[in-house]
Design a protein around this ligand. Structure first.
Ligand code: MLT
Length: 411
């Protein structure tokens, strides 16, 4: 009999969001009359339709594929030049950030890339993650065998956890000890916190001193509203030698179902072999894509390109403003009942302290049963998330207002 990957057996429960979906399904089956009232603010999934510019661009691309003269087969595995250059220009060079077209690698989203990146990194690396954290960073390291078994609190042996608490404004300092890889996500999922320039500069300094790599997830950068908050790790001098950045069209263009994101791997980023040679990672990531994938579909890449058109940018701005309008309403709703609220200013997530003595899952159950609102329990993001819950602002305005109204009923 063939052997299975036993690392998967270390993962205790299902992935957080399917687990929430399972509980919600069970609730709906048991309470069919209330199911209609349910408002989902759990997973951060967009609700508003795709920007018109994106829809039109995708339709044109499909028409091209339906015509012998303009038909295209396999595209470049790393993404079409038209999209790579558009991204590099608009997201980086227009903001005076040095990124070349061929340092952009298109994919079906930043979630998959956060997992795939481990393909080109050694198993010897000591990995640090923030706590609470987007569970993908942890679980993909568990699956790859980079951790020991789970401990009682759900954390894994072998990982270095960086506590993100109200005391440090949910932005951790670099650790005293040496680590090789650090996952950072700003604006942060789940806490909604942002890292200021000097905080990121400290991380870059740490990474350069320790020859470590920062795996920087900037999926929510479009939600930054305050000036002077970096949108990219590459705004920090020296980051090209120590960082990889993940970006996504999911939360900007509403692509959670369409699927498109990209990873920036600078050619100046080196990692070492077992015998001490220092080599660039860029060719390895290029090779990985050429071998394991055939890239993102042509209509989707044309849709992503349209996000950067004048019309597309206006429509994306309107989408972001819509969700951030919800965030404000939800923040106020939670604050008005005396809850302690974080986030929701530079990110579409509200991170809420549970009332004293209530665990995250107890609060999840209360919100589900009493208010018929689905939230995400903070403990699902890590031990330090215990005692918090997350409300997603991805919803219609009507629903956001209704959730704020229902929050008023919390005693
Ligand atoms: C979340 O709710 O944390 C996100 O939607 C998950 C994701 O982007 O994969």
């Amino acid at each position: 009999m063939a052997y299975l990957n036993e690392n998967y057996l270390k993962l205790q429960a299902g992935y957080l969001f399917p687990e929430i979906a399972r509980r919600v399904k069970e609730f709906c089956e048991t309470n069919p009359d209330t199911a209609q009232r349910l408002i989902r603010c759990g997973i951060g999934d967009v609700t508003e339709p795709l920007p018109h510019a994106v829809v039109e661009a995708m339709k044109r691309a499909v028409d091209e594929l339906g015509d012998r003269e303009t038909f295209r087969g396999y595209g470049p595995e790393q993404g079409y030049e038209f999209l790579r250059s558009t991204i590099a220009q608009h997201d980086y060079r227009d903001r005076k950030i040095d990124v070349a077209d061929d340092e952009i690698f298109l994919s079906d989203g930043s979630k998959p890339d956060c997992g795939h990146i481990l393909d080109i990194l050694g198993d010897q690396n000591k990995v640090a993650i923030t706590d609470p954290v987007y569970p993908v960073y942890v679980d993909t390291n568990v699956m790859t065998g980079h951790t020991g078994p789970a401990k009682a609190d759900g954390s894994f042996q072998g990982l270095v956890y960086l506590p993100c608490t109200a005391e440090n404004n949910f932005v951790p300092q670099p650790p005293k000890e040496h680590v090789d890889l650090v996952y950072l996500c700003f604006p942060n999922n789940p806490t909604g916190a942002v890292a200021r320039r000097e905080q990121l500069a400290r991380w870059v300094e740490y990474a350069r001193e320790h020859e470590a790599i920062l795996l920087f997830d900037a999926a929510y950068e479009a939600y930054i509203s305050e000036p002077d908050i970096p949108h990219s790790i590459f705004e920090i001098p020296g980051a090209r030698e120590c960082a990889i950045e993940f970006r996504s069209f999911s939360k900007t263009g509403g692509f959670t179902g369409v699927r498109c994101g990209f990873t920036v791997v600078p050619k100046t980023l080196l990692a070492r072999t077992e015998n001490g040679r220092k080599l660039p990672l860029h060719p390895l990531w290029h090779r990985r894509w050429s071998t394991k994938a055939n890239g993102v579909s042509y209509p989707v890449q044309r849709g992503a390109e349209a996000v950067y058109s004048t019309e597309g940018r206006e429509q994306v701005r309107a989408l972001v403003n819509h969700y951030m309008g919800n965030a404000k309403i939800l923040r106020e709703g939670a604050t008005n009942v005396g809850l302690r609220v974080y986030g929701g200013t530079n990110a579409p997530y509200i991170w809420v302290k549970t009332p004293a003595g209530t665990t995250s899952w107890e609060m999840f159950d209360r919100m589900l049963n009493e208010l018929n609102v689905v939230v995400t329990p903070g403990s699902g993001f890590g031990a330090q998330g215990e005692g918090y819950f997350r409300i997603s602002a991805f919803n219609s305005r009507v629903n956001a207002e209704e959730v704020a109204r229902r929050l008023g009923k919390l005693s």
